[in-house]
Design a protein around this ligand. Sequence first.
Ligand SMILES: [Zn+2]
Length: 436
Amino acid sequence: MKRPNVLIELDAAATPNPAALDAAAGCGDEWTASMNPKFNLVDTAEGLQPLLAEIALHETVAVDTEADSLHHYREKLCLLQLGVGERQWIVDPLAPLALGELARLLERRELILHGADYDLRLLHRTFHFKAERIFDTMLAAQLVGRPRIGLAALVEEYFGVVLPKKGQKADWSRRPLPAELLEYAADDTRYLEAAKVRLREELAAKGRLAWHGEICRRQIAASRQTRQIDRTESWRIKGGKHLTGRAAAVLRELWHWREEAARRADRPPFKIASNEFLLHWAQWIVEQPHATLEEAPERPAWLVGSRLKSFNGALATALALPRAAWPGPPPARGGPRRALDEELLLGRILAARDKIARRLEMDPGVLGSREALREVVRRRPQTAPAPDEGGGLMDWQLELLMPAILPIMKEGEDGPAAAGIAQMGDEPTSLDGADT
Ligand SMILES: [Zn+2]
């Protein structure tokens, strides 16, 4: 039966206590979130204490997070779900709560996460969180070669439970959150520990536990690094990458207008204006390269007030730019033009990788990404790299791939055979003279 969609107050002060929870399970409409039998809500300092005590008793904690990037310009942590033993806890990081002690305690536990990358980065940004040990169920599912690696798919296959999807687009920064959304959030950690047991067995049966350990350690290290994103080329959105000259100038200016409007409104950029809308204006210049502001198409009815004013300003700026200030041609994909023999070698290595992946019944990208293999080709190793020196490749990947890669490298030194082109990968390559 569906529960009534009760709005619960997140500032309810009651400390969850198991007896009250059991009683609440039978009493229909009366329950509130802090009495919900399906999870404990933590949004007060008093409510936090039993959680800390519980975590201290357990070696392993299941973890998930929810953020609000679909609804705000600057993403923030909105919920922290924890599965400790049999019980699910939902911590409200937006409540006036000091969570430093909780974070430090969690760092010393083994954490089970599904697709840890995003959660760990968010936790690192929020609490300077440094996980020590994780078990990533998604990476495990990939490694054992499961065709469906989403949490819902795993839960359905292992436990016959179908998880609802309604929370996927929710605004987790809203308060109070409807009880059914909180229940949905609690389900994200409910099955992780049991799924770990199953996946661990499968990894062990295939002799891949050590591989998984290495991937998880990589994941931890990656989450502690702040990604440097080069924003100078971000305006080249999908559908507009080929634009040059004045049309590119219009797209670049309007893209910056959208970012600024999004920042001011604390909304994600796609809620200010769609990519199609920006491209529509660039397309206008493609069709009329010498158009003036007076000839501009009408602005849509939803664009009003100060946002219309700033849009008109950006458009006027773009149209007035002298030729010298137009954007240059887009940077070549993957950096400088790649040498022919490099492409040939990569194509042969990718083919070898695919063959090994088939034998192992895993996705080739899991065995070694195209980018990591390209790096190998650039370095031209004549012997297998020492452990930890594999660049983008982990040790278990080196072990599996190098016996196939080294002979290809050696042959490659004797000069590339033009006949090899036919075996190249699926990526379009830019060969000298090919685009004239
Ligand atoms: Zn979740």
